[in-house]
Design a protein around this ligand. Structure first.
Ligand SMILES: [Fe+2]
Length: 338
């Protein structure tokens, strides 16, 4: 199969208070507002190569409207459409804002994904242009501001089946997964379209609500910037949900906090690079430190929340063994994620 996808290009998230979210992203995360259209606000990190990487969309509750990947070529976009249709998925073509011809589909577990090849590159204004040729614009003056969008982690009722489907249909590589110590239940997996450990994460969801998101993440260049970001967030009264620490799976430094909609965002840096085309996924156990490299930091219960909020757990159905039911309801309590 030709390489279909190249990298995560943007996420569109909903917020009940768009202005509060945008204010947070610009003031505390260090993003820049690019444009507004039809109530949607387009934002970017200083190092993003394209016009935008985050879209804040009006909505009743926090959620992931869509996650967008750029394909590897125009032909790859057409091939992706063929493969999706062969897999029985309806594909909708549309003209996307500053991304041109794009397709959108809803995957088997309810997640909207956008694919596009055309894209508008960022052009800095004289005031924001960098003195360095490789930079799309000047480094942000906000302490610890991310360079670029990094990954998105969604929630699903079947982690292994989800990973297999996205591998088979769209050519993701599954790098690793976490299986409970107590039972053969996969609670987390990392998938990638490039050399990073993941640009798509997936966590087990015990709710009845399809298409949920657990968090999305930005990249900072160094651990020092991640620590400075944590420091400045604390000084400005913004609670840190978890971290700074290091995930075992992927080996990234992490820091989690919430934006005003309550949606969880993450800062990430470090981790391995993997170029092996026929990689076989590794299996972690929570006891090996999949979530916490040092095996010394319990994850807060709040990290189990995905978005939009669940309207009720489905894992209490009869026939589900107690330990699996517990894991389904609370996969993070056993430090099963990254
Ligand atoms: Fe993450």
């Amino acid at each position: 199969m030709i390489k279909l996808l190249s990298h995560l290009s943007h996420v569109a998230i909903t917020s009940p208070d768009v202005e509060a979210s945008v204010e947070f992203y610009t003031t505390h995360v260090g993003l820049t507002e690019v444009a507004r259209e039809d109530g949607r606000v387009y934002l970017r990190c200083w190092g993003d190569y394209y016009a935008y990487s985050v879209v804040v969309v009006p909505g009743d509750e926090p959620s992931l409207e869509t996650m967008a990947w750029r394909t590897s070529s125009a032909e790859a976009l057409e091939e992706a459409a063929r493969r999706l249709q062969a897999a029985g998925v309806d594909v909708e073509w549309f003209d996307g804002y500053r991304i041109g011809k794009a397709l959108r589909f809803v995957g088997p577990w309810g997640h909207s994904m956008t694919l596009h090849w055309d894209v508008e590159r960022h052009t800095a204004q004289p005031r924001t242009a960098s003195i360095y040729p490789d930079r799309p614009e000047k480094r942000s003056t906000v302490a610890g501001a991310p360079r670029q969008l990094d990954h998105v982690t969604v929630a699903t009722s079947d982690v292994d089946a989800f990973a297999k489907w996205y591998d088979d249909v769209l050519g993701f590589r599954t790098m690793a997964r976490t299986v409970l110590d107590e039972a053969p239940v996969s609670v987390f997996s990392v998938l990638t379209t490039n050399e990073k450990s993941h640009d798509l994460g997936v966590v087990l969801d015990g709710s009845t609500r399809a298409g949920r998101v657990n968090h999305y993440a930005f990249w900072v260049d160094t651990r020092e910037e991640l620590l400075i970001a944590a420091d400045v967030l604390m000084e400005n009264g913004i609670p840190i949900e978890y971290g700074p620490s290091i995930h075992g799976i992927g080996e990234q430094n992490f820091l989690y906090y919430r934006e005003p909609s309550t949606l969880r965002i993450e800062l990430n840096t470090g981790g391995y690079r993997n170029y092996v085309p026929d990689w076989e996924p590794n299996t972690w156990k929570p006891s090996l430190g999949s979530n916490n490299f040092y095996r010394n930091g319990a994850m807060p219960m709040s990290m189990t929340e995905s978005f939009p909020p669940a309207d009720g757990p489905s894992a209490t159905e009869e026939g589900v063994p107690e330990e699996i039911r517990e894991a389904l309801l609370n996969p993070y309590a056993v430090q099963g994620r990254g």
